[in-house]
Write a protein of this length. Structure first.
Lengths: 338, 325
């Protein structure tokens, strides 16, 4: 009987995963510098859902969220220092600046605190960075385009916010994709700032000077605006790559119902905050083999699965995905292989 | 004895209560700082330690320096809305030129103090409202900061890093620095004869002019001092953050004004207190961030709570100054 008890306890321990015993007393804080747009709201919502369950399941002792009042660097630096004093074991951070927080981040590392940054990552070497593979996303856009437009043709590119690393990476990926598919040619490029209204204006301005385009490669948040600009100009509708926004997927659904319109959609999921949380938990769990730069996949939808995702997205929101502990372990494994 | 009493009591009483109120006003910055510290000690005893004070207060040094900078213009009945972006500009220069080409860096920083002095002259000679001039300048400094450092980055000079991470025995460095700043400025502005003239230019300009003092000169000196302390603030900030960002100082404009007022200063009349301003800056830095973090407020309310704490702290100050009148 006693033996059975011990065995079943052992089995229960195995079933509940390796982390349970080791991090149940650990506290993880989330330092966030801004909460004022739909993407950040979705990021906080996902984080709250996942961490609440993690606390209830006693995987971690606490997972508190701290948002600063402004987008200021000194405020967030002070916040990180206060979190050190609070005795947190790990800090998950979406940083206001890639470099200017390094002083505070270093202090946290020196105090033995695990720091995991995502989205707004930090360059301090002691911190972990969860980075979405934007370059691959750009490349994949052209790959997908080749499926929908096998004959090739002219492409219009919509760029994101100038001077950001994200814009650079997606653009580089698109160029790589076009180099691999010489049947495509980029005939025009506009700046859409990841915003439908800006993209619509920019596309409308360049349209009259363009030859016929078969497709639009973009960065998300700009596809619906581009579609509106083409419709207003009375031009034939090209294949527009989408960016997981609710208005974009809704438009795609309407077009699909009308005439079977085909395209592809991809963007960074705001729920990547939860992946950063699990990475922090894994580091606290004692794993020493985790690389400090983790490249994680973006969130993509295809012709077959986007309609199922659409009802779950808030009006004016963006599709997200809550990551699990297994997702994080898989992502870490994929990065160790590289 | 009994004969004097009826005469002196009514006279002494109003003077006594005014003195009491003045003392209360002088004590208020120290009192509010003590209150915030007690709250922090109660919420998180671990913070009240050498290590804790170092972490909580080191970002208060640049705020204290910016507050002193703001105090000089306020002493002359003016307001500087550009101090925040100026601190950001200095930060960008510190993280780039001051490290790579120290000579150019020093020249640029001295030059920027000169620009401040010229602004003082311009405001006095053309009788312009300082709010308009400095608001305009805030965009100039911001633009220059972006020109110097288009993307966040750069690195603080090593000597600056080692100064700001200096760990003296027993007393945490931020407290030592705050004492030093308060003592130097208090002596200069409150204990020297030219300090009296500087404050007098805000208190009673007409009397000063009649006495033969140059108001142009006092305005230039006050603005140059603002520039000087703005430069010190920017350098201290970069010494702590180790790297710069063109937007790094933007929040300092309003923080510095609130710090001066919380420290017992008035917008007009040359009534300022350097010690109070430093205490005010420390209180604001502690109330806005550590206190808030330790209170465990739900994230949706944190931004509002930050504002509420500022209002409560400043309201206490207003209540006491009203009693004084």
């Amino acid at each position: 009987m006693k033996k059975l008890l011990v065995l079943s306890a052992f089995a229960a321990m195995l079933a509940s995963g390796t982390a349970l015993a080791d991090t149940s007393g650990k506290k993880i804080a989330f330092s966030n510098n801004y909460a004022g747009n739909s993407w950040r709201q979705a990021m906080l919502d996902s984080y709250a859902i996942v961490t609440k369950k993690a606390v209830d399941d006693k995987i971690v002792a606490a997972a508190d969220v701290f948002t600063t009042a402004d987008k200021e660097v000194p405020t967030q630096a002070a916040q990180v220092q206060n979190l050190i004093l609070q005795g947190y074991d790990a800090i998950v951070i979406n940083a206001a600046s890639p470099d200017a927080l390094n002083g505070a981040i270093k202090q946290a590392c020196d105090a033995g605190i695990v720091v995991v940054s995502f989205d707004g990552t930090v360059t301090e070497p002691c911190a972990y960075r969860v980075v979405v593979d934007f370059k691959d996303m750009g490349k994949q856009e052209v790959e997908q385009m080749a499926k929908f437009q096998p004959k090739g043709g002219n492409l219009l590119e919509i760029r994101g916010l100038a001077g950001t690393s994200i814009d650079d990476a997606i653009h580089a990926g698109i160029l790589e994709g076009v180099a691999a598919h010489p049947e495509f040619k980029i005939v025009g490029s506009v700046t859409g700032d990841w915003d439908q209204t800006t993209a619509q204006k920019a596309v409308a301005t360049i349209l009259p000077s363009l030859p016929d385009v078969v497709g639009i490669v973009d960065q998300g948040g700009d596809g619906y605006g581009a579609a509106q600009a083409f419709a207003a100009a009375g031009k034939p509708r090209p294949t527009i790559i989408m960016g997981n926004r609710q208005d974009e997927l809704k438009w795609w659904k309407e077009q699909k119902e009308k005439d079977g319109y085909k395209t592809w959609s991809a963007s960074i999921a705001p729920g990547v905050s939860t992946l950063a949380f699990w990475v922090a938990q894994q580091v606290l769990d004692g794993r020493k083999d985790i690389p400090h730069d983790l490249l994680v996949p973006y969130l993509a939808f295809t012709q077959d699965d986007f309609e199922a995702a659409l009802p779950k997205i808030k009006e004016g929101g963006v599709a997200t995905h809550e990551y699990t502990q297994e997702d994080a372990i898989a992502a870490i494994k994929a990065n160790i292989k590289q | 004895m009994t004969a004097i009493a009826p005469g002196t009591v009514p006279k002494a009483s109003p003077r006594g209560s005014a003195a009491r109120a003045r003392m209360l006003r002088g004590l208020l910055p120290a009192l509010s700082l003590a209150l915030v510290l007690i709250a922090i000690a109660w919420l998180n005893p671990r913070a009240i330690s050498y290590f804790g004070f170092n972490l909580m207060l080191n970002l208060a040094i640049p705020i204290a320096l910016a507050t002193i900078a703001q105090m000089f213009v306020i002493a002359g009945n003016e307001l500087d809305l550009s101090i925040g972006t100026f601190v950001g500009f200095v930060g960008c220069v510190t993280a780039t030129w001051l490290r790579d080409a120290p000579l150019i860096g020093i020249l640029v920083l001295i030059g920027s103090i000169g620009v401040y002095a010229l602004l003082g002259a311009l405001i006095h000679l053309r009788n312009l409202p300082s709010i308009v001039v400095t608001l305009g300048m805030s965009f100039v400094w911001q633009g220059l900061a972006i020109l110097v450092l288009p993307k966040p980055g750069g690195k603080a000079p090593d000597w600056l890093l080692s100064i700001m991470s200096f760990k003296p025995p027993y007393v945490p460095f931020p407290i030592l620095a705050a004492l030093l700043i308060a003592a130097v400025v208090h002596f200069g502005l409150m204990r020297t004869s030219y300090g009296v003239i500087l404050r007098g230019s805000g208190g009673n300009a007409a009397a000063l002019r009649r006495a033969g003092w140059s108001l142009l000169k006092t305005k230039i000196v006050l603005f140059a001092l603002t520039g000087l302390f703005g430069v010190l603030s920017g350098m201290a900030l970069i010494g702590i953050t180790t790297s710069a960002d063109a937007n790094i100082g933007n929040g300092y404009t309003l923080l510095s004004i609130a710090g001066v007022i919380l420290g017992g200063g008035e917008f007009v009349g040359g009534r300022v207190s350097p010690i109070g301003a430093v205490l005010g800056a420390l209180t604001l830095a502690l109330a806005a961030s550590p206190l808030l973090t330790f209170m465990h407020i739900p994230p949706d309310w944190q931004v509002a709570a930050n504002g509420a704490i500022l209002i409560i702290v400043l309201a206490a100050r207003v209540l006491i100054s009203r009693r004084e009148r």
